[in-house]
Ligand binder design. Structure first.
Ligand code: XMP
Length: 325
C-alpha cells in the first residue's frame, strides 16, 4: 500500500471523537517511528505546522525541537502567539530566531515580486539549515504536509514547499502525521488538540508573508504600516458574520498628496481586500458594510503613521489575483 495514498476506507474527520481517535493513532505511530531519536520542525504558526507540533509534543515531548523563524514579514502578534502557545502553554522545546534584520537587509531595494519571493525562500532555508547544524543528533524532520500538497505535487501542478522542497543536504527521514488529511480535517484535529481558534481557523497567509503585500521594494516604515493596518482590518472585518474567506491590506509604493495640520502630507494608500472563494482559483469580492468601511478608514488614518488614503479593492479574480504582487 502506497503510504502517500489516502485509503478509500478512511473516514472523513468531522467530529471531536474522530479527531481524538486520529490523534491517538498518530501519537502511537510517531512513537513507533521516532523511538528515542530527535526531530526538528519549522514552526511557522500556520495551522498545519502547529497541528504537527502539537501531535509531536504529545508523542515525543522534548525529543522535538521547533524552530520559529521571524523573518519580519509576519502579521502583528504572530511570533508572540507562537511563543505563548508552544513554549509557555505546551512546554515545547522552541528556538525562536529573530532574523528580521537579515531578511530586510537582503530585500532592501528589491522590487521585482519573484525576486523578493526567491530571496525570502532562500534566506528561510539558510536560517533553518544554520539552526539545524547547531543541533546534535537530529535524525528526523517534522513537516506539515497535507493531502492536497501530495496530490498537487503528483499532478505536477506545483512543487509544494512541503514536498521535496528542503535542500538535499537535509538527509533526514520525514515525520508527516497529517499528510493524508484535508485542510478541514486538520482544523478539526487542531481544535481537539486544544490549539486556539486564532490558529486553527487562521486565514490563508502566503509563505513570503507581508512581503507580498508591501508592494514594490520593502521599506521598514511601509512594512510596519501594512502590519498595523492589516491588524485593524482583521479585527474589524473579523466581526462580520460570516467573515469573508480572506481579508487583508496591501500598500503599494506610491505616495499622494494629503493635508495634515494645514500642511501638505504625502502619504501611502492602504488598500483593503476581502474575498470569498472555494479554491482560490477564482474569487469574488465580498461586500463590506459601509459602517465597517468607515470604522476601518477612521482607525487606519488615526492609528497608522504614513497613510493618508484608504481604498477598497473590490475586484474579482479573474481579472485581479487575490494578492497584490
Ligand atoms: P493569488 O494572489 O494567486 O492567491 O490569487 C491565491 C491564494 O494563495 C495564497 N498565496 C499563497 N499561499 N504560499 C501560500 O501558502 C504562497 O506563497 C502564497 N502566495 C499566495 C493567497 O493568499 C491566496 O489565498
Amino acid at each position: 500500500m502506497d503510504p502517500n495514498v489516502r485509503p478509500e476506507t478512511m473516514e472523513r474527520i468531522t467530529t471531536p471523537e474522530l479527531a481524538q481517535a486520529f490523534i491517538d493513532e498518530q501519537v502511537a505511530a510517531v512513537k513507533e517511528q521516532v523511538r528515542d531519536k530527535k526531530v526538528l520542525l519549522a514552526l511557522s504558526g500556520g495551522v498545519d505546522s502547529s497541528v504537527v507540533a502539537a501531535i509531536l509534543i504529545k508523542a515525543i515531548g522534548d525529543q522535538l525541537t521547533c524552530v520559529h523563524v521571524n523573518h519580519g514579514l509576519l502579521r502583528k502578534d504572530e511570533p508572540e502567539q507562537v511563543i505563548r502557545v508552544f513554549k509557555d502553554e505546551l512546554g515545547a522545546n522552541l528556538i525562536y530566531v529573530d532574523a528580521v534584520d537579515r531578511f530586510l537587509d537582503k530585500l532592501a531595494g528589491v522590487d521585482d515580486p519573484e525576486t523578493k519571493r526567491k530571496i525570502i525562500g532562500k534566506e528561510f532555508i539558510d536560517v533553518f539549515a544554520e539552526e539545524a547544524s547547531k543541533l546534535e543528533g537530529i535524525e528526523f524532520l517534522g513537516q506539515g504536509t497535507i493531502y492536497p500538497d501530495i496530490l498537487e505535487s503528483k499532478d505536477g501542478i506545483k512543487a509544494h514547499h512541503n514536498v521535496g522542497g528542503m535542500p538535499e543536504e537535509f538527509d533526514f527521514e520525514l515525520v508527516e502525521p497529517v499528510k493524508l488529511l484535508y485542510k478541514d480535517e486538520v482544523r478539526v484535529v487542531g481544535k481537539a488538540l486544544g490549539l486556539p481558534d486564532s490558529m486553527v481557523y487562521r486565514q490563508p497567509f502566503p509563505g513570503p508573508g507581508l512581503g507580498v503585500r508591501c508592494v514594490g521594494a520593502i521599506t521598514r516604515d511601509r512594512l510596519e504600516a501594512v502590519r498595523e493596518a492589516d491588524a485593524i482590518v482583521r479585527e474589524e472585518i473579523g466581526k462580520m458574520d460570516p467573515a469573508p474567506w480572506q481579508y487583508f491590506v496591501a500598500i503599494p509604493d506610491v505616495k499622494s498628496t494629503g493635508i495634515k495640520d494645514g500642511k501638505r502630507y504625502m502619504g501611502w494608500a492602504a488598500v483593503i481586500r476581502a474575498i470569498h472563494t472555494v479554491d482560490a482559483v477564482t474569487a469574488k469580492s465580498v461586500e463590506i458594510p459601509w459602517d465597517t468601511l468607515c470604522v476601518i478608514r477612521d482607525r487606519i488614518i488615526a492609528e497608522v503613521p504614513g497613510i493618508n488614503r484608504v481604498l477598497w479593492d473590490f475586484s474579482d479574480k479573474p481579472i485581479a489575483t487575490i494578492e497584490w504582487e
